[in-house]
Write a protein that binds this ligand. Structure first.
Ligand SMILES: Nc1ncnc2c1ncn2[C@@H]1O[C@H](COP(=O)(O)OP(=O)(O)O)[C@@H](O)[C@H]1O
Ligand SMILES: [Mg+2]
Length: 254
């Protein structure tokens, strides 16, 4: 199996000399092509920090991150932004759509930047939006569509150039339960039908149960990982059991 992501002894320390905070402490992780991996853990455990390092949004303090054979900890400037655009796809909680661009322009953005010709871009936009059920919305602006539709626009933008790795941080965080389920089914579908490799941070056990594997982080360290064996229902139970063992997130009262 091809390694898409390899994280070696990753350390992230925030703050200066007087006030240091170790948000990640020697994280080791390998993600293979075609995996749909969830990252869980109590609030403040380091989930977003890990995703931000892998996203190249923030720099690691120590350790190494290799994505599709490239050591991204060594990339800088244009090389880093080219890598990000070509190899990674992003889905955020707050959608991150540009309000002044139409749905179509938002989705085409990564391809426009890569100087692909107009006809080819149109074909790709058509294909992905038909699949995600938003083809009829192409000429609308973000303020004219619902939260669930916005997130499908963001997912289309993330998926359009078939990135090596799709990164999602709480993608269902701002959605109602029906839209959440639709998005998760879309991601599950892209994973199973097109072999997309997805890494999703979530604090929601139900969302995590759509993954094939879930890793749990506690205090910046890898605590446990669980694999989906048969049904989503038994996987959900296992995730909930681990979450309550971990503490935090809904268990503060106990
Ligand atoms: N930019 C930052 N500067 C200082 N501390 C930070 C910064 N970002 C996150 N932290 C701290 O690092 C820890 C992990 O944060 P984060 O990765 O956002 O957690 P999670 O996503 O699991 O809720 C928290 O204690 C948080 O306060
Ligand atoms: Mg977070």
């Amino acid at each position: 199996m091809k390694e898409i992501l390899k994280v070696n002894e990753l350390v992230k320390i925030y703050g200066d000399n007087k006030n240091k905070y170790r948000a990640l402490d020697k994280i080791e992780l390998t993600v293979y092509e075609g995996e749909f991996i969830g990252v869980m853990g109590p609030s403040g455990s380091g989930k977003s920090t890990l995703l931000n390092m892998v996203s190249t949004i923030d720099k690691a303090t120590e350790g190494e991150i290799v994505i599709d054979g490239e050591n991204i900890t060594l990339l800088k400037g244009d090389k880093l932004s080219d890598f990000r655009r070509e190899k990674l796809g992003f889905i955020f909680q707050d959608f991150n759509l540009l309000d002044t661009l139409t749905v179509k322009e938002n989705i085409a953005l990564p391809l426009s930047l890569s100087k692909m010709n107009y006809k080819e871009i149109n074909e790709k936009v058509k294909k992905i939006t038909k699949k995600l059920g938003i083809y009829g919305l192409l000429n609308k602006y973000p303020y004219e569509i619902s939260g669930g539709q916005k997130q499908r626009v963001a997912a289309s933008r993330a998926l359009i150039n078939k990135p090596s790795l799709i990164l999602a941080d709480e993608p269902t965080g701002a959605l109602d339960s029906k839209s959440s389920m639709e998005l998760l089914e879309t991601l599950e579908n892209c994973n199973s039908k097109e072999n997309a490799t997805i890494m999703m941070v979530t604090h929601d056990a139900l969302a995590a149960s759509y993954c094939k594997r879930v890793i749990f982080i506690k205090d910046g360290r890898l605590y446990k990982e669980v694999y989906k064996k048969d049904s989503r229902k038994t996987f959900l139970k296992e995730i909930l059991d681990t979450t309550s063992l971990l503490g935090g997130e809904g268990n503060e009262i106990i």
